[in-house]
Design a binder for this molecule. Structure first.
Ligand code: GUN
Ligand code: ZN
Length: 432
């Protein structure tokens, strides 16, 4: 295959920024280039140096003056909720019953699932997201549709069918045994195929019987290479209901702990209202707290206390949580994250935000050797951003413009209009 050289201003993180001036945490190349062959990055550097090693028939795409970054990563999203963003309801449990559980029933129909999976992935790509971890519906055919659509685009995607055997409409329930069997089948069909990976997905403690969580734990033991995703302490009413169902457990997290669901591949959506004991166990097991800013504001769930969670040594990632999340855009997501920090007198500087969407989330998925940076040998998933994409962005004075200010503008005003191009394994996916 011929080589592709992508030229522009290049930014990639090498570590978590410690403060807003931490220039050691990233590489920034004013006239940079990324050389790509067979879906992988073969060279990163100044254009002058990279062009010297490129083959004679290299294809060059000049994105100057735009910024080239690693593609964004979204660690918690529900693909069957693509059509219910912006649905009016009260808080979490009300919203689930009124909208979510209605929409998810349609995914019994595999054609519907295929059509929404395709459109879901197109939305991600339009927004510069190149990897996501998604919940599918309870129907195994919804997961098949999701993985097929991801495979067709050659995307690095993670997902799994939710398991729910109580407190959900009859049409959305599996049983402890069928949930186990169907999950096992899906793992065998899809985990490790091309760029795909499976996430064992008991939806949350409310919708699973102890038998189902027991069998979920059995799956984790049988397939330790798979991810685990579930929800934790999102909403006060949810926590009360959960505790009433599992009254013998010390706290909400204690349920997942008891059934062997915690570990470095476990993603715990929301993790807002946590006890000190729960934070200690999350740190010990290296489980990941997944911060979902737009969703937490939309459902009035609460304010994620990032400083407290990080001080406890817990790994943190960030996600949209569409359809309670109100945008597919990781830029919109970081804008709301910033505001949630402001309300708690916490600081989230733009370097940290861009780290979180890329290398930070790759580390949360233990995939930093494959995605989340532009280092040589990694997969060529890239996003190209134009910080002057809209008239209001162009009006913003640029007298003080340095990299940090530009990133802050991108996260504060940015959305899919600012995404000029998205590359998946070296292939340009966005027509403009
Ligand atoms: N908790 C259990 N299921 C869901 C869901 O679909 N969305 C959100 N935000 N929280 C949940
Ligand atoms: Zn969720």
């Amino acid at each position: 295959m011929t080589e592709l050289l992508v030229r522009g201003r290049v930014l990639t993180f090498t570590d978590e920024p410690q403060n807003a001036q931490d220039t050691q945490s990233y590489k920034y190349l004013e006239d940079g280039a990324v050389l790509i062959k067979d879906g992988k990055i073969t060279k990163l550097g100044d254009y002058s140096a990279v062009s010297l090693v490129a083959s004679e028939d290299v294809r060059i795409v000049d994105h100057r003056p735009n910024l080239i970054l690693p593609g964004f990563i979204d660690t918690h999203i529900h693909y069957p909720q693509t059509q219910i963003m912006a649905s009016y309801a009260g808080n979490l449990l009300d919203w689930l019953n009124t909208h979510t559980f209605v929409a998810e029933q349609k995914f019994r129909d595999e054609q519907h699932a295929q059509s929404i999976a395709d459109r879901f992935l197109d939305e991600l790509i339009d927004n510069g997201t190149t990897t996501a971890v998604a919940y599918c519906s309870v129907h195994p055919q919804s997961a098949d549709a999701y993985f097929r659509a991801s495979q067709a685009r050659n995307m690095r995607m993670i997902g799994g069918k939710v398991m729910m055997d109580r407190n959900a409409p009859e049409a959305l329930r599996d049983t402890a045994q069928t949930g186990y069997d169907e999950t096992k089948d899906l793992i065998q069909r899809w985990h490790g195929v091309d760029r795909l990976a499976y996430a064992i997905s008991p939806r949350f403690a409310i919708t699973s019987t102890p038998e189902q969580l027991e069998l979920s734990g059995a799956l984790v033991r049988e397939y330790p290479e798979c991810y685990v995703q579930t929800h934790l302490s999102e909403n006060r009413d949810e926590i009360e209901f959960t505790k009433s169902l599992y009254s013998e457990m010390p706290d909400y997290l204690g349920i997942y702990e008891h059934y062997g669901l915690l570990g470095y591949k476990t993603l715990l959506g929301h993790s807002i209202h946590l006890e000190d004991r729960e934070l200690g166990i999350m740190a010990e097991t290296r489980s990941v707290a997944v911060f979902c800013p737009t969703s937490n504001l939309f459902l009035g769930s609460g304010l994620f206390d990032r400083d407290r969670v990080e001080a406890a040594g817990v790994r943190v990632s960030v996600a949209t949580d569409v359809g309670a999340g109100t945008s597919f855009s990781m830029l919109r997501t970081m804008d709301e994250a910033y505001k949630i920090m402001q309300l708690q007198q916490q600081r989230l500087n733009p370097l940290q935000s861009f780290y979180m969407m890329t290398l930070g989330n790759a580390r949360a998925l233990s995939l930093e050797d494959k995605i989340g940076t532009l280092e040589e040998g990694t997969e060529a998933d890239l996003v190209v951003l134009d910080s002057a994409a809209t008239s209001s962005a162009r009006l913003r004075t640029r007298d003080d413009f340095d990299l940090e200010q530009e990133l802050f503008l991108l996260q504060t005003l940015g959305d899919d209009r600012f995404v000029v191009q998205t590359y998946i394994a070296g292939k340009a996916m966005k027509d403009k």
